[in-house]
Write a protein that binds this ligand. Structure first.
Ligand SMILES: NC(=O)c1ncn([C@@H]2O[C@H](COP(=O)(O)O)[C@@H](O)[C@H]2O)c1NC=O
Length: 512
């Protein structure tokens, strides 16, 4: 019997001995590169070295091992093409029926903070992707495996049918091209960043499947959650779920919004979110104080919402949280007693996010029909802004605290956005209105009596003085807004008329 050939060259050696044993027992001649050959021989599997086939040693520190016509001819020949077969014979090349290759660990290398550029470059696999792509192109005749999870199925089919069926070979080939494309995308991103190119001529991003979701924004929409290959600390994609039902599409979006806002605060803070807008934000000496403030901010909307903390949730906070219906609680950690309290609710999702204090710096990508919008995230903070006070009256210390809180929150509310706040919590949130005065009216109505003495934050400038007038009539005493309207003077005059202290930040925080 003519022996069939299987080529195995893997960096990740997991499961390879079992796979190679299976192939060998089925009569395959296993051919391998240096390290793989050694590992298989140690396990007692007969192996032919690739160098014995190519008649060429591995050179340049392994940069050239399998890049040889004796290998690539065997991968690319069409078995039903007489000319191909004749040429193989002429050049003494044997066809290869099974290819098992996984690549140098480029992702793992660049994930290590201390990895040098030289190390990263050495971990760019060249021969591996070449073999994978060749075999995948020729999948009509070659079964190509790159994922150890596929070893079992390939062996099963070879054992039961003596071959891998066409459908499986096509599926494996598609997987290979996804894998090599993702691999190259990571390399391209790494080198593009090193070269400092901001918006290259094409965008090669890659994401890995994290979860299939039960449905999307609505039950009739199919959905999945993909994550970046290398995790960014503090992101929802890196969150660990300790308890509760699986996260839904809307949960993930809301949790993301809550996390982005809680990161604005260094003092203990609690953020309640509904439909991606903060409905109550509180700060205090402790997580409990902060939560009580957030709850007080809007004890109606928080129902069925998400609460994010930037401090550990302790048992006292957990007991308070337990009293209301929430979908998700996110915190850096939960004390054991707190967990015991919160886990009484079967469905309540508890997430921890390992925020190590770094800013999330990756670009924002938003899909529109037929394209993708790409921009930097809005990382501008109050401390970065050039603050001016154009009114006669300067804010008092208490007003400054309220203005800062309102300004941090309004950045995370859908535009047009108005937030009313005191020094400890929001008291009114007007989100996503088509005109500014509309957003102001909603915030003022929600605040009711609490508007008196509160501060107002606006995500963009006032095109006219009507919002200042509405604020004054509600008893608001301080306003923070970007400024920059051609009619700023009208707003300043109106503020002076009512003794309001108004602050300009010079920075707009639209959010759509
Ligand atoms: N250059 C080549 O000809 C080449 N051929 C195979 N490789 C890679 O070498 C690795 C296996 O090496 P080893 O069997 O020596 O442990 C695999 O990840 C494979 O993708 C190569 N490496 C790199 O580019």
């Amino acid at each position: 019997m003519v022996q069939k050939r299987a080529l195995i060259s893997v960096s990740n050696k997991k499961g390879i001995v079992e796979f190679a044993t299976g192939l060998s027992e089925l009569g395959y001649e296993v051919i391998s590169t240096g390290g793989t050959k050694r590992a298989l021989e140690e396990a007692g599997i007969p192996v032919t070295g690739v160098s014995d086939i190519t008649g060429f040693p591995e050179i340049l520190d392994g940069r050239v091992k399998t890049l040889n016509p004796k290998i690539h001819g065997g991968l690319l020949a069409k078995l039903d093409d007489p000319t191909h077969m004749l040429q193989l014979e002429e050049h003494g090349i044997e066809p290869i029926a099974v290819v098992c290759v996984n690549l140098y660990p480029f992702k793992e290398t660049i994930s290590r903070q201390e990895a040098s550029v030289e190390e990263a470059i050495e971990n760019i696999d060249i021969g591996g992707p070449s073999m994978l792509r060749a075999a995948a192109k020729n999948h009509q005749d070659v079964a190509v495996v790159t994922d150890p999870l596929d070893y079992e199925e390939v062996l099963r089919q070879l054992k039961e049918a003596g071959k891998v069926d066409g459908e499986t070979k096509r599926r494996l080939a598609a997987k290979v091209f996804r894998h090599t494309a993702a691999y190259d995308a990571m390399i391209a991103t790494y080198l593009t960043e090193l070269a400092g190119e901001e918006f290259p001529e094409c965008l090669t991003v890659t994401y890995e499947l994290k979860d299939r979701l039960r449905y999307g924004e609505n039950p009739h929409q199919h959905a999945a959650f993909y994550k970046k290959p290398i995790e960014e600390g503090g992101s929802i994609a890196g969150a660990i779920q300790l308890h509760g039902k699986e996260l839904s599409y809307n949960n993930i979006n809301d949790a993301n919004a809550a996390l982005q806002l809680v990161r604005e605060f260094s003092e203990p803070a609690a953020i309640a979110v509904k439909h991606m807008n903060p409905c109550g934000v509180g700060t205090g000496e402790t997580a409990l104080d902060a939560f009580l403030q957030a709850y007080e901010a809007d004890s109606v909307s928080i129902f069925g919402g998400i609460v994010a903390f930037n401090r550990e949730v302790d048992v006292r906070t957990a007991e308070k949280l337990h009293e209301i219906f929430l979908e998700i609680i996110i915190a850096p950690s939960f004390s054991e007693e707190a967990l015991a309290v919160l886990q009484k609710k079967k469905n309540l999702r508890l997430l921890t996010v390992s925020h190590r204090g770094e800013k999330i710096t990756g670009r924002n990508l938003v899909s529109v029909e037929g394209g993708l919008l790409v921009q930097d995230p809005d990382l501008y903070s109050f401390e970065d802004a050039t603050i001016t006070v154009p009114t006669k009256r300067q804010p008092t210390e208490e007003e400054w605290n309220a203005l800062k809180l309102g300004w941090k929150v309004v950045k995370h509310v859908k535009s047009n956005a108005i937030v009313l706040a005191n020094g400890h919590r929001t008291v009114g949130v007007g989100a996503g209105q088509m005109n500014r005065i509309g957003a102001a009216k909603i915030a003022i109505e929600q605040a009711g009596e609490q508007a008196a003495g509160a501060a107002m934050a606006s995500d963009a400038f006032f095109p006219m003085d009507d919002t200042v007038e509405a604020a004054a009539r509600a008893g608001i005493t301080a306003i923070i807004q970007p400024g920059g309207s051609i009619r700023d003077e009208d707003s300043i005059k109106k503020a002076d008329e009512f003794g309001i202290a108004m602050v300009f930040t010079g920075v707009r925080h639209f959010k759509h």
